[in-house]
Design a protein around this ligand. Structure first.
Ligand SMILES: [Zn+2]
Length: 664
């Protein structure tokens, strides 16, 4: 396990660097992230590069045995560049330009910006590319942060047309696949295609979905261009990555970005215990992006500017969150930042040291944590969460419903997160799957709002269920092609066979329209949408009812189950509340033979590990509550906490914000 920290030598006098480097070594730091945002120091005037100070800083760090993760500074272009090319600023859907004076305010498709990016990156790669002190590279910073992931400027529009040309080949093909005869939107030439700016009745859904894909791909290409420049000088031996936002931005497909990085990386700000599910999900998504250990390039080291009930991490929380990242697969935890900034927009985003350089409570806790992690990591290295459940994240469904939401408020991400939370609360490890991922090794697959009908996915699901797997699909499912148009076959399209249902029609409304899902003597509201289905080869587990009187579809199926060999496919036909999702998840888990962990709860996190070569299973248990817990151990069972080598039977005491790694 490696420990890192972000350091900005450009903010501090050179005479201080040796003291910082010495302290970092004493703290147990291995890797130091440098260079991020330093463009104005690295190229103070157009074409005048000054790599000398960074070279000296790297030398000082190396003198203490520290290597660096060198960052390209492209998230913060200098003021002279904006002055020279004011068109660099992104444009919103109403045609309004952003202004300079911050960060992430250059359009990634802007031609002059890309030219200057290539020059500064090439210069950095030329000077530092083959230095042994450089462990790896971070490209840019938090692509898409601050909601900056979408731009509608002329350069984006032009690049969009070129992207479409490569994708569709001929304009006639595009017109046919998009169905542009609707409202006279046919294009006689590529240059007539607009970016989806503000219009009276919204953008064409096919154009809108492709624009999402195009802008997401723009960030991937932006990354790849920098990566290739670096590799010209450093070869392909050193890891090159970028610090991703996970679902902190829905504007960039994390799997697409994951496909071009050497190691997936994430910036982790758990902030407070009430965000436990969010943090766990982000870490699981980052691990899933490549299916192997990942890096946390920014790990919270103090209070931040993110608003919460209490912003100051309680004593023990910084330690707990570091363990949580490691438990979910982080092989590098790099704290943000070494020393609190003396000025600027983030001067109250605290580092390990205070702004005056003093070492206080946070530093002592983190120093102790680093010592522990380095000493103990051999216990879990090589082990990853033992995920038997796969949760689909299909960006085409997320973006497609965002572009055309069927006249109601279909919250794809909300339902996705709700399912994740229900699994996490039960102590089940989850992999986040892209739609083309194999199902091997999973016992349960959940696909929320799978509105895009994918014949190959349907076939894979049929094989999965026939092979004994359990599948849970929720509506709306199987409506659309990958071009965000109707499928040739009515919903659930290619999923009809595996689910054993056909759809007659659907109902939509804003909020609770009075429809109910009736299961035994319980009722759950339908929220916004429900499919009206007929079963062909499935049993009915719940039916529709109405809040008052009857709907014409009352008593028709709302939840169905198709059994096949040892497996089963569940279909939830309505969008509803987390309480109903909880019931459906319970049924699917029971079918899959997966049990809730007895200790897992809202504040107790249980992470079972798959540890090759070990005789007994390993399980992390983390207490996110500010009070101690006493967890009951079944009679006759003894657990060993391998971190402290203590044995427990009867009761497992867990301190506030405590961590154990149990064997047995
Ligand atoms: Zn743009």
């Amino acid at each position: 396990m490696r420990i890192g920290v972000a350091y900005y030598p450009d903010y501090w006098p050179e005479e201080r660097w040796p003291e910082d480097a010495r302290l970092m070594r004493e703290t147990g730091i291995d890797l130091v992230r440098v260079g991020e945002f330093a463009w104005s120091r690295l190229e103070p005037r157009r074409g005048e590069y000054d790599m000398g100070w960074l070279d000296r800083a790297i030398g000082v760090l190396a003198g203490e045995g520290l290597q660096v993760i060198l960052c390209t500074p492209t998230a913060a272009p200098p003021t002279w560049l904006f002055n020279r090319h004011p068109t660099m600023m992104p444009e919103d859907q109403e045609g309004k330009k952003w202004f300079t004076g911050s960060r992430r305010h250059a359009c990634v498709n802007n031609r002059p910006y890309r030219r200057y990016v290539r020059r500064i990156v090439r210069e950095m790669a030329r000077v530092f590319g083959n230095r042994p002190q450089v462990f790896g590279w971070q490209i840019d910073n938090e692509l898409g942060c601050h909601g900056s992931g979408r731009c509608y400027c002329g350069d984006c529009e032009q690049s969009f047309r070129e992207w479409l040309k490569r994708r569709y080949g001929t304009i006639a093909r595009l017109n046919k696949l998009w169905g542009t005869a609707f409202w006279s939107q046919e294009f006689g030439d590529w240059h007539l295609i607009p970016a989806p700016r503000r219009t009276p009745a919204g953008a064409h859904p096919s154009l809108a979905l492709d624009y999402e894909r195009f802008t997401s791909a723009s960030y991937r290409d932006f990354f790849v261009e920098q990566r290739e420049l670096i590799e010209e000088y450093s070869g392909t031996q050193k890891p090159i990555t970028t610090n991703c936002m996970g679902i902190g931005t829905t504007q960039i497909n994390q799997f697409e970005l994951g496909s071009v990085v050497e190691v997936a990386a994430y910036d982790n700000y758990p902030i407070a215990a009430e965000r436990l599910n969010d943090t766990a999900l982000q870490l699981d998504l980052t691990r899933s992006a490549k299916g192997r250990p990942f890096w946390v390039l920014e790990q919270q080291a103090g209070t931040t500017l993110i608003r919460t009930n209490h912003g100051q991490p309680r004593p023990g929380q910084l330690r707990l969150w570091s363990y949580q990242a490691a438990a979910r697969g982080a092989e590098l935890v790099s704290y943000f930042r070494w020393r609190t900034c003396p000025a600027g927009q983030e001067m109250h985003w605290y580092g390990m040291l205070d702004a005056d350089g003093s070492l206080k409570r946070r530093y002592e806790e983190l120093k102790q944590t680093v010592e522990e992690l380095k000493e103990r990591a051999h216990h879990w290295e090589g082990a990853l969460p033992d995920a038997k459940v796969g949760l689909l994240l299909d960006y085409d469904c997320l973006w497609g419903l965002g572009a055309e939401s069927m006249g109601t408020d279909l919250d794809y991400l909300g339902q996705f997160c709700a399912f994740y939370g229900l699994l996490r609360r039960r102590g089940l490890a989850v992999d986040v799957l892209m739609p083309n991922r194999e199902t091997e090794g999973y016992q349960l697959i959940i696909a929320p709002m799978q509105v895009v009908g994918r014949p190959r996915l349907a076939q894979r699901w049929e094989e999965f269920v026939a092979g004994g797997g359990t599948l849970l699909v929720t509506a709306p499912a199987g409506y659309r092609t990958e071009h965000n148009t109707w499928l040739a076959k009515s919903p659930p399209g290619p999923y009809a066979d595996v689910l054993g249902v056909e759809m007659e029609e659907h109902d939509t409304f804003i909020g609770d329209g009075g429809s109910r899902v009736v299961m035994g003597d319980e009722e759950f509201p339908v929220e916004g949408y429900c499919a009206i289905v007929e079963t062909k080869d499935a049993e009915v587990l719940a039916k529709y009812g109405a809040k008052f009187g009857q709907h014409f579809y009352s008593a028709t199926p709302a939840i169905t189950r198709r059994a096949c060999e040892q497996g089963a496919a569940y279909f939830l036909a309505a969008v509803s509340t987390t309480e109903l999702y909880d019931r459906v998840v319970a049924m699917a888990l029971a079918n899959a033979g997966l049990e809730r962990h007895r200790w897992s709860s809202e504040s107790v996190e249980v992470i079972p590990l798959r540890a090759p070569g070990r005789r007994s299973p390993l399980t992390f248990v983390l207490n996110h509550a500010e009070e101690p817990r006493a967890l009951a151990i079944p009679n006759g069972v003894t657990y060993r906490d391998v971190l402290t080598k203590r044995d427990y039977s009867g009761t497992l005491p867990l301190d506030e914000f405590g961590v154990v790694l149990l064997e047995g």
